[in-house]
Design a protein around this ligand. Structure first.
Ligand SMILES: [Zn+2]
Length: 98
């Protein structure tokens, strides 16, 4: 049951690096990403129609770079509005303070 401190430190450093990579990849202000999650996750949101309709509407309203953000969402498994919540929020929610 002995813990190897070097291994722990390496693991921590690796995790930190992964997190920094994630943070650096976000193609919009973090506050906007958080607002996007909150918007999609709001009470009374329509059921997902298997497109990014709500997401795109939100991005356009905020005049964000849809053409850059959609491929980024795809990269993290967000191919429709509910997947943005399930997959992208799962990875980035904590980073943006959800
Ligand atoms: Zn969906």
């Amino acid at each position: 049951m002995s813990k190897d401190p070097d291994k722990d430190a390496l693991k921590k450093a690796w995790k930190e690096q992964q997190r920094e990579k994630l943070v650096a990849s976000i193609p919009m202000p973090q506050a906007d990403l958080r607002a996007l999650f909150d918007f999609l996750d709001r009470e009374g949101a329509p059921p997902c129609d298997h497109t990014l309709r709500e997401t795109i509407e939100f991005l356009k309203q905020r005049q964000l770079d849809v053409d850059r953000i959609i491929p980024w969402l795809h990269e993290y498994g967000g191919y429709c509005d509910c997947e943005v919540i399930f997959n992208v929020d799962d990875k980035f929610g904590e980073i943006v303070g959800r």
